[in-house]
Design a protein around this ligand. Sequence first.
Ligand SMILES: *[C@@H]1O[C@H](CO)[C@@H](O)[C@H](O)[C@H]1NC(C)=O
Ligand SMILES: *[C@@H]1O[C@H](CO)[C@@H](O)[C@H](O)[C@H]1NC(C)=O
Ligand SMILES: *[C@@H]1O[C@H](CO)[C@@H](O)[C@H](O)[C@H]1NC(C)=O
Ligand SMILES: *[C@@H]1O[C@H](CO)[C@@H](O)[C@H](O)[C@H]1NC(C)=O
Ligand SMILES: *[C@@H]1O[C@H](CO)[C@@H](O)[C@H](O)[C@H]1NC(C)=O
Ligand SMILES: *[C@@H]1O[C@H](CO)[C@@H](O)[C@H](O)[C@H]1NC(C)=O
Length: 415
Amino acid sequence: MHFSERSIALLLASLAGSSLTHQIAQDPGVGGVPIEIVHLYDDEYPQGIAVSSTGRMFSNYARSLDPNNIAYTVAELNSNTTEVPYPTAEFNSPPGGAINYSTTPASGANYENYLIGVQSVVIDPLDRLWILDTGRAAMQNGTNVPASVGGPKLIGVDLSNDTIFQTIVFPPDVVFADSYINDVRFDLRHSVTASGKGVAYITDSSQEGRNGIVIVDLGTGNSWRHLDGTKYVRPETGFLPVIWGEVVYSLPNGPMQPISQSTFGADGIALSADGATLYWSAVGTRYLYSIPTTRLLDNSLTSELMAQQSVVSHGQKGISDGLETDTNDFIYGGNFEDNSIIFFNPANGTVNVFTRDPRIGWTDTLTVGFDGYIYFTENQLWRTPSFYPGTDRRVKPYVLYRAKLPGNGTKVVLS
Ligand SMILES: *[C@@H]1O[C@H](CO)[C@@H](O)[C@H](O)[C@H]1NC(C)=O
Ligand SMILES: *[C@@H]1O[C@H](CO)[C@@H](O)[C@H](O)[C@H]1NC(C)=O
Ligand SMILES: *[C@@H]1O[C@H](CO)[C@@H](O)[C@H](O)[C@H]1NC(C)=O
Ligand SMILES: *[C@@H]1O[C@H](CO)[C@@H](O)[C@H](O)[C@H]1NC(C)=O
Ligand SMILES: *[C@@H]1O[C@H](CO)[C@@H](O)[C@H](O)[C@H]1NC(C)=O
Ligand SMILES: *[C@@H]1O[C@H](CO)[C@@H](O)[C@H](O)[C@H]1NC(C)=O
């Protein structure tokens, strides 16, 4: 048997500890509600997760985050370890591919009737699936191409017959070619818009810096932006995470280019249980912000001034990607540096640990099911080649977990 010097030192230290009958305090590593494995991803690289009222599950596989996400960018989870393209294989396969190499520079294909590169899938209060297409994809060397009009869109799918019932294509002055529409939340109450068909709120996490919140009237299809380029939606200068003991620097311009700190803007988004407040967080910050939704729904002459004057900082919560709400009105998010998932309770203004486990690192997306569980994906995003040192250090499988919500919490249904 062979011992390293370090393991001998540790052994001696532990013997010394026990002979002194002193237990040396250490990080317990686990805490809170236990987590259970729901699905193992062995094929493409996943981010989002959506769970319907009947337990059907869907994920997305952004073509910007992994150029090998070719066969599908949305899939249904059809067993514990396999996935099938959704709604069809054809809809996931733009003719000639997701990238148009006939433009200079290359750009996202302009198809309205095909998926280009999907960053989010969400089940709305009426149990319909919405697909948020960024219109962007990465070339084999990892560089993301800008979107073309037709690419960035929001697509509604009726789960009773797996048929598309609505497609909203974003104009290029709302979702810019170098935008990256990231995540979306729905309020379908008739009262929120003149059209009476509800509204969607979307984050723009663009690494090129076009960060903001996009608002879409689902009845008219009209969309507009708020908080563009404000500090509330931007990553912080000097921000540096450590995840699983690894310091996380970005490589926004490619492997052999200078390294930088995080470049991800507004990403996670969650509505309060009453729909009156929208929360969001940039990945490149530890802060949680909110705004009254009335300030976002307003698109009048002075509405942006009033929006900026209405942002509330809830202080720090750790580093998160996705955010989610339940009927307790708790706002859940990852805390990458602590292997935990936290929740913010607006009723007492505190952040609390919900669950903690060494398998938790980059919690990409959280979604509350109708079954009283919160589901979340762990996808090791900081180990993709777009982070220093530019090599692929991800280890399959990626994992979908779930955990029981406190206080009989369940999905918020604003309809
Ligand atoms: C699949 O996962 C569920 C729990 O999410 C479990 O009940 C079931 O036994 C699993 N099926 C297989 C074949 O492992
Ligand atoms: C590719 O770009 C060319 C030149 O702009 C354009 O005519 C064509 O429609 C584009 N095709 C796709 C699929 O985006
Ligand atoms: C799918 O189901 C919805 C709701 O029942 C219905 O309105 C729609 O017409 C159906 N679409 C097709 C193509 O059958
Ligand atoms: C990737 O390839 C494209 C097209 O050849 C080029 O414009 C871009 O600079 C390359 N990116 C890197 C990081 O090398
Ligand atoms: C805040 O509320 C949460 C959820 O009810 C609770 O767990 C926590 O103890 C509260 N914190 C304080 C300081 O009251
Ligand atoms: C949760 O629901 C169960 C069964 O309906 C009930 O007994 C329990 O009191 C509820 N707990 C809370 C915290 O509401």
